[in-house]
Every structure is written in structure tokens, then in C-alpha cells.
Design a protein around this ligand. Structure first.
Ligand code: ATP
Ligand code: MG
Length: 480
């Protein structure tokens, strides 16, 4: 049977909806089927639920599901045999077999039949997520291997706007996914045009604050004397021109996320005020008397070396530690050339000219270029070549004509002059890692100390001591 994957994607596109990845879930237990459907739909996957093989085959008629989850025992029916059948028909699919029976023999039988992974039931949310990510990765690799033109459609369902197939951006997105639900301040840093704003928006979208506002303030775009009233608001008559009272960005972000872009340009005199707002969770409008409570999560972006700004006395150290609780570095495009073709096609489609192809020479020239303006520059490049190229193929000469003298300029930028913040996450203090894991465990277990201790494999008393030592209060500590 032919691989009808591309057909199903096309149908999605025709109907005008974003192409979702599909998951066939086959389980005879209604409760499991419901839970899995609920979780997977929440991750923006299109779920095809089936309680028996007849239902499963019905779904298969409309094409290959990207991923499949199959219960090994479906009443009288054999899920493992079905796995073998599915694998023969769809070598590209990602298949996970699950079962209440947790034996090596069953796991081996499932893998031999063609499953990619085996999990015992009940399946925890985190295990499911991990396995879905792995299957997605496999699915993506197979699409490339089989030469089907689907990898452009494949996207991480959590981040539909951020296209990538590179390992380095993949790790960034995993970090984003981990930190988003936590309320900590995040500093997204990286060169211009690497996607910092996209990441900031994704953090908001994946957080519990997503129902409230995402409010942006570009600290570099305003004259310093206006930044304060933009941020904190003002009362009527506070200064010449203040004819009405106005809420500032912090108040507008109530319950939501405040995104301070180019935070390195925040005027020095405003910095202590922001620090106070973060510490006290209260602000006073310019010209105001009393203070108001404010509840917001701070996400900042910078393409400056913020550590250097601190050293130079342009950015307060105490604020730096508040802002950069969790730094995320976005890799420049030249360090993730895997994404070049993917993004090229993506921007072509935005220009509604996906007929254009790159000659091998043109692609090589693009790979040799340093892309100092990163993804934004690539987007501008695509817009330009669609005008430059008459035939259906982009030639090397077209690329060179566009780059012109910028080729040389770009190469020099690959040297040491490139901005990079020395906040490497590779080498970290053990105490920091410990703290992070403990905080994550608490978050995962809704602040319940006993459950978090269990997840961490440590005694409850030990965790209590740790929390006391680090002065961490959480919901469970008082009541338990
Ligand atoms: N991975 C990606 N997939 C799709 N589009 C992307 C990706 N990364 C960046 N872009 C696009 O590239 C452009 C630049 O991205 P963005 O504005 O987020 O970058 P930035 O790092 O905030 O840039 P700057 O430092 O100049 O503010 C935007 O049009 C964005 O949609
Ligand atoms: Mg930006």
C-alpha cells in the first residue's frame, strides 16, 4: 500500500486549517482512550481514537497517521499483530505500544513486530510526552530518509510558529517547554533576527498566564524620559502633556507576561524602579500617590552582551540576576544550517511562490554565508530572490547578486566580534542543577512535598530540610 501521508496533509491544507500531526490511538479501555485523547489534543495533535481494530482500519483508510499508540491487548484482538501489519504498510510511521503487562517478553515481541517504543500502563504524562517527542523525531528523520516532501509540514505541535529541524534549536525548545509553566523570569538572548520574540511569545502561550495579556515594550525604541511612564503609567498632570491618567505596560500585563525587548537599553535610572516592582510586586504610577499591586511574569530579550553591560556599569547587577533567572541562548542561523532549506521553503510559501527551487550551487553559496541578520535576513533574502529570479530555479549568480559585498562582510562577522553572552548552560554548578530539579519536581507535583520527594528519589524529611535551608515556601510545606 502506498504511503498516503502527503495526501492527508494536502487535504488539511485545502481545508485551510494548519496541518496538524495525527495520532491514531487504539485502546479498548474507554478511560485510557479518553485520557490519552485529552492529553494528546492538548498538545495540538489530531487524535484518531479507536476502541477496536475495525475502528482503527477505518481511520487508516484516509491515510497514514504520523504517530500511533496501540494497546497490546485489545480484548480478543491482538494489538501486537496489528503493529506488525501497520509497520509493513507504513514504514515511516512512529509507533508506540502500551500495555498493562510489563514484561520483557511482551516488550520484545512489540519491538520485533515493528514498534519504536514500548511503555507499561498507566502511562504518566511526562513519559507520554517524552515518547511523543521521540516518535516525532523518528517520524521526521524517516520523512527525510524516504525523500517524501513532508518535513516542511512537520513542526513541533507546541511551537507551530517556530520551524526547526536542528538539534541546537530543538534543545532550546525543550528548555522553553520546561521553563514556560514556571513563573520565573527568562532572558532570551542571541543575535539579531534569531527568533527571540517568537520564543518570548511561545513562553507566554505555554504558561498558565496565556489567557491574560502578552505586553511588549521595546526599551530601545523610546527616548529614555518616556520609558518610565510607558512602563509604570502616569497620573493626569504628572508632566506636561499628561492630560489623562494612563496605565503603563506593567499594569496592562496584569496576570500575564511583560516582554521587555532590548532590556539592555533600559535607562539606568529606571532600573531600580523595575527591580522594586519585581521584588514588591507593587508599582506607583508617575505622579501617583499610592501603589497598586501588580502580578506579571517578566520575559526579556537582548542581543547585547548583558554581562558586559553589567561590567561597564550600564546595567545593575542586582537587576541582572532578577532578569536572567533562566537564560536561554538562541543559536545563530549559521550554526544551524539544517534549518536553512526548511526556512527557505517556509518563507517562499509565505510569498506564495513555492515553485522556486534552489540549485545545488546556490544552496552551497547560502551555506557559506554567515547570515549576520539570521532568520530575518533569510526572510528578506527570499522576498528579494522571488523578484530577481525569472526561471523556476535560483542560481548561484542570483544569490551572489543579492549578497554582493555582504558576503565578505558576513564572513568577518563569524569571527570573535559576534555578540555572545557568556552565560553558558553547559557548565553549571551542581547546586544549581539540584535546585532546578527540585523546583521542577515541586512544580510537576503541584507543590506537594511528599510526591516531589518520591519523584526525586529522596526522603520527605530531607526535602523539607532542603526547602527550609533555601527558604523555599510551597503549598505543601505548611499543611503537611
Ligand atoms: N524558527 C523560525 N521559524 C519561523 N520563523 C522564524 C524563526 N525564527 C525567526 N523567524 C522569523 O524571523 C523574523 C525575526 O524573528 P524575531 O523578531 O523573533 O527575532 P529577534 O531575535 O527578536 O530579532 P531582533 O533581535 O532583531 O529583535 C520574524 O519574522 C520571525 O517570524
Ligand atoms: Mg526582537
Amino acid at each position: 500500500m502506498e504511503d498516503s501521508f502527503s495526501v492527508s496533509i494536502n487535504t488539511d491544507k485545502l481545508s485551510g486549517s494548519a496541518p496538524l500531526l495525527s495520532v491514531l490511538v487504539v485502546d479498548d479501555e474507554e478511560w485510557t482512550l479518553r485520557t490519552l485523547t485529552h492529553l494528546l489534543s492538548g498538545w495540538n495533535l489530531q487524535v484518531l481514537p479507536a476502541q477496536n481494530l475495525a475502528d482503527a482500519f477505518r481511520h487508516l483508510k484516509s491515510g497514514m497517521p504520523d504517530l500511533t499508540i496501540i494497546d497490546a491487548y485489545l480484548g480478543d484482538e491482538d494489538g501486537v499483530a496489528f503493529t506488525g501489519e501497520l509497520r509493513r504498510q507504513f514504514p515511516q510511521a512512529g509507533i508506540l505500544v502500551i500495555s498493562k503487562e510489563d514484561t520483557d517478553a511482551l516488550a520484545r515481541r512489540a519491538i520485533e513486530a515493528g514498534a519504536d517504543h514500548f511503555l507499561s500502563k498507566p502511562v504518566s504524562k511526562s513519559d507520554l510526552r517524552l515518547n511523543m517527542d521521540r516518535l516525532l523525531e523518528l517520524r521526521r528523520e524517516r520523512a527525510v530518509l524516504f525523500g517524501t516532501n513532508v518535513r516542511h509540514e512537520l513542526m513541533n505541535p507546541l511551537f507551530p510558529e517556530i520551524l526547526t529541524q536542528s538539534e541546537s534549536m530543538g534543545s532550546v525548545l525543550r528548555l522553553v517547554e520546561k521553563v514556560a509553566p514556571r513563573d520565573m523570569s527568562v532572558l532570551v538572548h542571541g543575535e539579531s533576527g534569531t527568533g527571540k520574540e517568537l520564543v518570548a511569545r511561545a513562553i507566554h502561550k505555554l504558561s498558565s498566564r496565556s489567557r491574560c495579556n502578552f505586553v511588549e515594550l521595546n526599551c530601545a525604541a523610546l527616548p529614555p524620559n518616556l520609558v518610565e511612564s510607558e512602563l509604570f503609567g502616569h497620573e493626569k498632570g504628572a508632566f506636561t502633556g499628561a492630560i489623562v491618567s494612563r496605565a503603563g505596560k506593567i499594569e496592562q500585563a496584569q496576570g500575564g507576561t511583560l516582554f521587555l525587548d532590548e532590556v539592555g537599553d533600559l535607562p539606568l535610572e529606571i532600573q531600580p524602579k523595575l527591580l522594586r516592582a519585581l521584588q514588591e510586586k507593587r508599582i506607583t504610577r508617575v505622579g501617583g500617590q499610592g501603589s497598586t499591586e501588580c502580578d506579571f511574569r517578566l520575559v526579556c530579550a537582548t542581543n547585547h552582551d548583558l554581562v558586559e553591560e553589567v561590567r561597564a556599569g550600564r546595567f545593575r547587577e542586582d537587576l541582572f540576576y532578577r532578569v536572567a533567572v533562566f537564560p536561554i541562548k538562541l543559536p545563530p542561523l549559521r550554526e544551524r544550517m539544517d534549518d536553512l532549506e526548511l526556512l527557505f521553503s517556509h518563507f517562499l510559501r509565505q510569498e506564495r511562490t513555492d515553485k522556486l527551487v534552489l540549485s545545488p550551487d546556490a544552496l552551497q553559496t547560502m551555506r557559506d554565508y554567515a547570515w549576520p541578520g539570521n532568520v530575518r535576513e533569510l526572510r528578506n533574502f527570499v522576498q528579494a530572490v522571488t523578484l530577481l529570479v525569472d526561471s523556476g530555479q535560483v542560481e548561484r549568480s542570483n544569490v551572489e547578486a543579492y549578497f554582493g559585498s555582504r558576503l565578505e562582510w558576513g564572513r568577518t562577522l563569524t569571527g570573535e566580534s559576534v555578540v555572545s553572552l557568556p552565560l553558558k548552560r553547559e557548565v553549571r554548578k551542581l547546586a544549581d542543577i539540584e535546585q532546578e530539579e527540585i523546583m521542577f519536581a515541586l512544580a510537576e507535583n503541584h507543590g506537594n512535598v511528599s510526591d516531589a520527594a518520591k519523584a526525586l528519589g529522596m526522603g520527605r524529611a530531607t526535602l523539607y530540610k532542603w526547602l527550609k535551608r533555601h527558604d523555599v515556601g510551597c503549598e505543601g510545606t505548611a499543611s503537611e
